[in-house]
Design a binder for this molecule. Sequence first.
Ligand SMILES: [Cu+2]
Length: 169
Amino acid sequence: MTDLKRYLLAGVVIASLSACGSGTDEVAGAGYLTITDAWSPLAPSTVNVAAGYFVASNLSSDSVTIVEATSPAYSEVALHRSFIEDGLVHMGGVNQISVEAGDKVEFSPGGLHLMLKRPDRRYSVGDQFPVSLHFSNGENVTFNMQVKRREQAANEATGLEMDHSHHGH
Ligand SMILES: [Cu+2]
């Protein structure tokens, strides 16, 4: 099994763990889509692609359609969706994603994701890089995506913090 396949398959397992979780730290809002929980799982050193996940909430009164994603940190960014067919994990490009007014769409392991190709440098846990989503109405939103270990993100999603050093006394 290649490192890339292992990387992508790991996401499917985590997806079931984090499905009921909900983080609350707001990352960016543009009047159209509010982006929260933007993160990218640490990629193996032998792979020059990474995935990007976030939740896009449409707090406006208009439908918003995401048509493109870009980042100065990666030379290619694509909207992708993972799916399982004949017991195998596949993924393919998505042309656009509409978020109805008052609705939200989750980019999460095993489903919709950003496919980030050819980074400008190696990213480590804790690093951040900017990503922009472009809408069909010409607007866009830019937010930072944080690099995390998959286990870390899953624990945060289920409220099982492993690091208790932040607890106040
Ligand atoms: Cu992909």
